[in-house]
Design a protein around this ligand. Structure first.
Ligand code: AGP
Length: 609
């Protein structure tokens, strides 16, 4: 989604704002813009395309002001164009916005009737005209914003400047992420922490319904009624380098290689290995609350939905709890039947996915306790739910989710072990063994990553194909879905994940030499069935790329390519099996010259429906 940044301080604002926008590129955008002061007037520069187009039209001479705002736009209302790019201006005010104003048409009609002239097709422009209409009545900028938000419906994170007060900035959060960075005699307001992390690690998380006023008096935060609020300052442990590429070609490759550390960090503090117990350190309330849970409904979108599908297998098998899984955008409109003893778990890397947030609110409205499995501290989802189990994958910049997925699976395994032990379905011995296997995973992932060149060979052989079919059974079926999603979203190749048992009910009609079939096969209770699937594909002239278990000598001679993963217990096999599929998608995308980290049409966090 859109990225916004505001700055008030002593330094030249233009390079700081542009740098901040560059750190927000991962949110996906099609145009960008900046507003800054020069000789007491606000300069507005906007351009379609990447930030390099904006930088090309920026002046060499620095601004003389102490404040500025910037924006990267992901179009929702109005095509990508300079007129539709932010910042938008009304009178002496300029503004940047992330979100959607749902009642913008009625507001626009009312403002036009009052003589206001609009320059764009966007919903956002109504905001600055609405604020200016109150500002012109003599309200302070902050008071004008307080009046305007009473009339706005929808989601918004906004930064506003006034030409009349160069050292003042007002920002407001309602339904879209916004954080404050507190520097030395300078302040940042942005959609996400990486925008200013190289300047300060002191962060204030804003809640919905809060307004920030930065002025000569410093920083003041209040609610929509004007009541001043005291907010906690958090120290971010993320090293700025973590948000850089760390020597890899793309954030995605870096984040694939970060998975061993991310899994260790997610496990850290949660296991008492000798007792075979999981502690849920910092999340004990989850255990107490969930101990008598009768059913779990898990919801998510995209990769997080795939994680929820794996979670079903883990929680049903290890903790003997009934689990249903639903796509968040389906759940929220299904009028779901929820009753006492139910728990709803929302799985989300960003914690800002609109459909997942809405589904959790729907569950909460029915009086059902909710849990978030989330990667971003202070995100909206983490504050909507009764309890949070944080993954600790660190910032995931690439649009394609990798380390967030495997740490979600890790968190779900920990939760399943905890509940299995707590509810007496998992013996101490079995608990110890599962925890032992969990602690082996980071090393096993490192082992898989040392064979990345093998995946590169496979990618180079198949990157020109137009269609792929991914087949898996049981707990590996969601991994087939995830492998297919990875490929399609970063290489633009049509790829379908399918339960292998379903091939004979339709997809087998597609089999020929032009559609490689990726087969996930462990030496488990359905191994023979997977071998049969391979034979069915080969008998029809198909091409098979198998991902199998070390020591498997049967599958190799039957297939066209094979990649081996270390032996792993079935419950944890999705975590390990996903790694080579991420690498395959990545290297096929690189071979095709796609924009790996910011694939077309996609955003890292879909904060609108
Ligand atoms: C995954 O690679 C995609 N980028 C996308 O499906 C993503 O998983 C989905 O939008 C959910 O995002 P969330 O985990 O932040 O809620």
């Amino acid at each position: 989604m859109c990225g916004i940044i505001g700055y008030v301080g002593q330094r030249d604002v233009v390079p700081l704002v542009v740098e901040g926008l560059r750190r927000l590129e991962y949110r996906g955008y099609d145009s960008a813009g900046i507003a800054y002061f020069l000789e007491g007037k606000i300069q507005l520069k906007r351009s379609v395309g990447k930030l390099s187009s904006l930088e090309a039209i920026l002046p060499r001479n620095p601004s003389d002001g102490v404040s500025g705002i910037g924006h990267t736009r992901w179009a929702t209302h109005g095509k990508p164009s300079e007129d539709n790019a932010h910042p938008h201006r009304a009178g002496t005010l300029v503004m940047v916005h992330n979100g959607i104003i749902e009642n913008y048409l009625s507001l626009k009609k009312k403002l036009k009737a009052a003589g206001r002239v609009f320059a764009s097709e966007t919903d956002s422009e109504v905001i600055i005209h609405l604020v200016d209409s109150f500002y012109q009545q003599g309200h302070s900028l902050e008071a004008a914003v307080q009046e305007a938000v009473k009339e706005m419906r929808g989601s918004y994170a906004i930064c506003i400047l006034s030409e009349d007060a160069p050292d003042e900035l007002v920002a407001v959060r309602s339904g879209c992420p916004l954080v404050v960075g507190v520097g030395e005699n300078e302040y940042f307001v942005a959609s996400d922490i990486p925008a200013f992390l190289s300047h300060t690690r002191k962060v204030i998380y804003l809640e919905d319904g809060e307004i920030v006023l930065i002025s000569k008096k410093g920083l003041e935060i209040s609610d929509f009624k004007g009541a001043r609020l005291l907010k906690e300052r958090h120290k971010i442990s993320w090293d700025p380098v973590m948000a850089e590429k760390g020597g890899y070609r793309h954030f995605m490759q870096k984040e694939i290689h970060e998975q061993p550390r991310a899994i260790i960090d997610t496990i850290r503090g949660h296991v008492a290995q000798e007792a075979g117990d999981v502690l849920l350190a910092g999340a004990e309330e989850i255990g107490d609350l969930m101990e008598n849970c009768q059913r779990i409904v898990m919801i998510g979108c995209g990769t997080s939905w795939h994680a929820a599908l794996v979670g079903k297998f883990l929680l049903e098998d290890i903790a003997q709890i009934r689990v249903e899984v639903d796509i968040a955008s389906e759940f929220r409109y299904r009028n779901p039947h929820l009753s006492k003893g139910d728990w709803v778990i929302g799985v989300s890397q960003s914690g800002e996915t609109a459909d997942t947030l809405a589904a959790i609110k729907e569950a909460a409205s029915k009086g059902v306790p909710t849990l978030a499995i989330c990667n971003v501290v202070g995100s909206s989802l983490s504050r909507e739910t009764d309890a949070v189990f944080y993954t600790h994958a660190g910032p995931e910049i690439s649009v394609a989710s990798t380390k967030a997925f495997t740490t979600q699976l890790t968190a779900l395994a920990l939760l399943a072990i905890y509940l299995g032990r707590k509810r007496g379905h998992l013996s101490e011995k079995d608990g110890k063994e599962l925890i032992h296997q969990l602690l082996l995973l980071p090393k096993q992932i490192e082992e898989v990553l040392t064979h990345e060149d093998r995946v590169v060979e496979i990618a180079k052989r198949f990157f020109k194909y137009r269609d792929f079919l991914y087949l898996g059974r049981g707990i590996l079926y969601p991994v087939a879905l995830e492998g297919a999603l990875k490929l399609k979203e970063i290489s633009y190749i049509h790829a379908e994940g399918y339960p292998a048992g379903e091939m004979k009910h339709g997809p087998i009609a597609l089999i020929d030499e032009n559609m490689p079939v990726v087969v996930l096969a462990l030496k488990d209770k359905v191994y023979e069935k997977m071998v049969s699937n391979v034979m069915e594909v080969k008998a029809r002239g198909g091409v098979v790329i198998a991902f199998a278990e070390e020591g498997d000598t049967e599958l190799g001679p039957l297939v066209d390519e094979i990649f081996f993963i270390p032996k792993v217990v079935p419950a944890l096999s999705p975590i390990l099996m996903t790694i080579p599929l991420q690498l395959l998608a990545y290297h096929i995308s690189v071979s095709r010259g796609s924009d790996v980290d910011q694939p077309r049409n996609l955003a890292k966090s879909v904060t609108v429906e």
